[in-house]
Write a new protein. Structure first.
Length: 204
């Protein structure tokens, strides 16, 4: 009789232990247990990465597009009423200003665009440059004092802009977007820039 009781008690204890082990194993695999086991201050697994956002592009970044990115479609734009900040520091006479806008990191294509644009102006309009009715400016838009140009001219890539000033105020401008198409055809590039700038000079 005692032997049977002892065997029954041992069987009960064994069953209880097995039940406790199974419950503990299930508990350790539950999400709540994982959260509790995580280091203090660490987010739960399902929340990892939650609340993060992809960085939004800024005008500065937009203007820093790579060499394969074309400029916007060409169109003449009237100057915004509140954009005197785009005017160069010079006397208040009628003139044409050509800007090449670039970023701090330069690529071979960007440098070529700048060199060809300057060559087009110096070869085609030396007199206008010497008289001051035509100006050439290469401008780094990532410098703090030049960032306003990104907004003034709606820039999102390296760009060549021709702008007309009357009595010291900008009244019209155009983005010469075909520079990206013609950059590796030097003669066609020079002819294109000289034609567009010549049209603006004849309107003075």
């Amino acid at each position: 009789m005692k032997g049977a009781l002892r065997l029954g008690l041992l069987a009960f204890l064994a069953a209880s232990l097995i039940t406790l082990v199974l419950k503990e194993a299930r508990r350790s695999q539950s999400p709540a247990a994982q959260v509790m086991a995580a280091p203090q201050g660490a987010p739960p697994p399902e929340a990892a990465g939650a609340g993060t956002e992809a960085p939004q592009p800024t005008p500065k970044d937009a203007a820093a597009g790579d060499e394969a990115r074309p400029g916007p479609v060409e169109s003449r734009q009237p100057a915004p009423a509140a954009s005197p900040s785009a005017a160069p520091r010079a006397e208040g006479h009628d003139k044409i200003v050509v800007y090449y806008f670039y970023t701090t990191i330069r690529c071979p294509t960007c440098r070529r665009i700048e060199a060809l644009a300057e060559e087009a102006l110096r070869a085609g309009f030396a007199q206008a440059l010497s008289r001051g009715v035509l100006e050439w400016h290469a401008v780094n838009v990532q410098l703090p004092q030049h960032r306003h140009y990104v907004y003034d001219y709606q820039l999102y890539a390296k760009s060549l802009i021709v702008a007309r000033f009357r009595a010291g105020r900008q009244v019209e401008w155009k983005n010469l977007a075909r520079i990206w198409e013609l950059v590796w055809d030097g003669p066609a590039f020079l002819k294109y820039v000289q034609r567009e700038v010549g049209d603006y000079l004849r309107s003075l």
